[in-house]
Design a protein around this ligand. Sequence first.
Ligand SMILES: Nc1nc2c(c(=O)[nH]1)N[C@H]1C(S)=C(S)[C@@H](COP(=O)(O)OP(=O)(O)OC[C@H]3O[C@@H](n4cnc5c(=O)[nH]c(N)nc54)[C@H](O)[C@@H]3O)O[C@H]1N2
Ligand SMILES: Nc1nc2c(c(=O)[nH]1)N[C@H]1C(S)=C(S)[C@@H](COP(=O)(O)OP(=O)(O)OC[C@H]3O[C@@H](n4cnc5c(=O)[nH]c(N)nc54)[C@H](O)[C@@H]3O)O[C@H]1N2
Ligand code: SF4
Ligand SMILES: [Mo]
Length: 756
Amino acid sequence: MPKPTACILCSLNCGLQVETEGSSITRIQGDPDHPFSAGYVCQKALRLDHYQNNVDRLTAPLRRKADGSFEEVSWDVAIREVAARLVEIRDTHGGGALAYYGGGGQGNHLGGIYGGALRAAMGTEYYYNALAQEKTGDFWVNGRLFGRQTCHVAEDIEDAELVLFLGTNPWQSHGIPRARALLKEIAADPERHMVVVDPRRTKTAALADQHLQVRPGTDAFLLAALLATLVTEGLVDQAFLEAHCVGYDAVAAALRDVPVDGYCRRAGIEPEVVRQLARRIAATDKVVVRVDLGLQHSRHSSLNSYLEKLLFLLTGHFGRPGTNTLHSFLLPLIGHSPEADDPKAVKAAVTGMHAISKFLPPNILPAEVLGDHPGRLRALVVDSANPMATGADTAAYRRAFEALDLVVVIDVALSETARQADYVLPASTQLEKWEATFFSLHFPRNGFHLRPPALPPTPGTLPEPEIYRRLLVAMGELPGSFPLLAAVARLDRRLPRLRLFPLALRAALAARPAWRPYAAVVLMETLGQALPAGAKAAAPLWAACHRYVARHAEAVRRAGVEDRGAGLAEALFDEIMTRPSGVVMSEHLFEDTWKMVRHADGKVHLEIPELLGDLAALADELEAPAQDPEFPFNLAAGERRSFNAVSVMRSPAWRRSDVEGALRLHPEDAERLGLAEGARARVTTRAGSVEVPVTLDPGLLPGCASLPHGYGFDYQDEAAGPPGPRINELTSAEHCDPWTRTPLHKTVPARVEALG
Ligand SMILES: Nc1nc2c(c(=O)[nH]1)N[C@H]1C(S)=C(S)[C@@H](COP(=O)(O)OP(=O)(O)OC[C@H]3O[C@@H](n4cnc5c(=O)[nH]c(N)nc54)[C@H](O)[C@@H]3O)O[C@H]1N2
Ligand SMILES: Nc1nc2c(c(=O)[nH]1)N[C@H]1C(S)=C(S)[C@@H](COP(=O)(O)OP(=O)(O)OC[C@H]3O[C@@H](n4cnc5c(=O)[nH]c(N)nc54)[C@H](O)[C@@H]3O)O[C@H]1N2
Ligand code: SF4
Ligand SMILES: [Mo]
């Protein structure tokens, strides 16, 4: 019997049906019952068994010995010792000496809820997360435009007449449902059009009606020129701006100063092409903008996020079918942080960098550890992240991990980061436990997929919620059980109309306010005990359903969820618990977008003074900066390809092609350097160097080179294949956006040399 689950290799989390034998996955297919992927899968999902079964899998807690090697210890010993060390460091140096990193990757977010409880027990708000090395510029801009950093923009690509893909290659990276099928549908449809802005002729660009082959790092110039054309030619949507926006005058004034021709030339695009595109965007009814790392990991990252949004806002392509919108979240992936000048801002002690959307940027972490600042970090808990491979500047990370007094890593595999830990706590895989992701970013239909385990847990492993619960109990923050509340919960599940549990829970938390930050664990051990076998970690979803229905009841009803007497939220929770292929939880109306705008006046606030300052400062960069003759190439350090998946897939054996992670080089450059297809080259940056084979790509601009991320792991079976480039040996933390500290991985100055 095939079992429903989900792919864990990108944020789409397509539904899968898997057949299993023992601890192996023997067959994988798309799940036609998944409400969003509807049977679609890409090539990556089909070899998921390499994640489940590989030699790096952890099967017992590990403790570092004095000689540097690991020894296996029991769970009781590991939990007791980790809890004691955390308490000791917290009580000696204060919670600010501790930090937490991760809390969920591409496919596992349920444990992240419980990570929040551990942060509270650690007494820290220092929360590092990979999202803060790519998307916090986007979130910060959203906060200013729409009122909260949790206001997140969705794209109705399916219904658009014109799709603008800026700095993204969905053919490889997906990011949109059924990407390859959808791109082919649009390419074949005479009524629908695609424009791609990318320095490389990707497969997405080749499918598009128009490809603007922008120079790397110059999108801000191109976007400024597009926006200036809209303003000066009177192409903005005045009615939309008057009805829904404030602050247009300041934006228009700044854009009128833009020298369109000069900026187009700086970006490497003909001015007439840019003017035509601006007119086309204004004249088309349904236009949608979709961006990703090509803008966010590139120069002017935060400014790019602002300008890209002005493109759809000034033209009124917002809040209608086939345009951009906001969307609802069952569980918000991100929070809202006070801004830098707010006394309540969370600020890192050494660098002073503030949190955005609750996250601190991984780029500052080494600086927060190294040195003798009294507020420096001394202990770090990492869950579901691998910063030793994924953070910029691996050498700095190595020094930082060595300097920490305590490193605890929760992972399924002996990752590069786990190898640096004092304690490694082995988690069950995402196919062995109840799991969910909070990547439900759709509009107007939105959904949620809670998935039951498809395989039995590997002996010696635990799901993260249980790991966190045990730590909290051992730290003395919570009792081991809650018998009275658990009994009420069981009664309530049998007689839901009584609704005793919510009252009892509220009373218990009122009587013990110290438990409040740990409400997720309290729910797991009470309501969770009344859920189907093993599903206790899903209990916090019950509270999330109540919060969701309080705001979006009409949309939930429209999705077909029926209140059968116990309340709509209970009905939604039951749907989620009983539909292992996922549910549609809401069906919004397009005008609901405006209810999701969080400024008190309900309007979009277009003026962001800091970024209008950056826009004006582009004039100082009209001359392209002189190339450093030592590093004449622009290296994109982290391309999405057919067989990379950040650091989730460790075994080189899962790659069917591009086994060594080749360097893309333009044929002219390759010839000049004496490099033929397959020849080996050394790539050197200011930070370090790697050796790789070369592949010739006429789709690049001359002077540009590209390497994949997601390679270069210390996999313990060398026979599985070559590891490939360790990309972050090449990157540095200083090469970053000034507002968010997001690394600019798409524009790394590099040198390429032939190896004998
Ligand atoms: N196969 C695969 N898919 C993935 C992942 C994976 O590891 N493997 N990771 C997932 C994750 S975590 C993320 S965040 C997404 C990212 O998804 P994407 O951002 O779509 O992926 P990238 O290949 O990093 O970059 C997209 C494009 O940006 C272009 N680019 C480079 N520099 C510039 C520039 O200066 N301007 C412009 N306009 N474009 C530029 C590149 O040529 C590339 O085609 O992918 C997700 N999907
Ligand atoms: N140079 C360069 N660096 C980059 C990028 C780039 O393009 N260029 N891309 C960046 C981007 S966009 C991202 S999103 C980051 C991602 O970087 P990270 O946030 O560090 O995430 P992952 O690589 O997804 O790491 C996932 C870890 O979780 C583990 N894991 C898998 N399943 C489970 C589970 O169920 N439980 C637990 N506890 N652990 C599990 C895996 O073994 C792995 O060690 O990388 C970034 N780094
Ligand atoms: S698109 Fe993403 S989630 Fe879907 S099968 Fe491919 S890698 Fe997995
Ligand atoms: Mo990412």
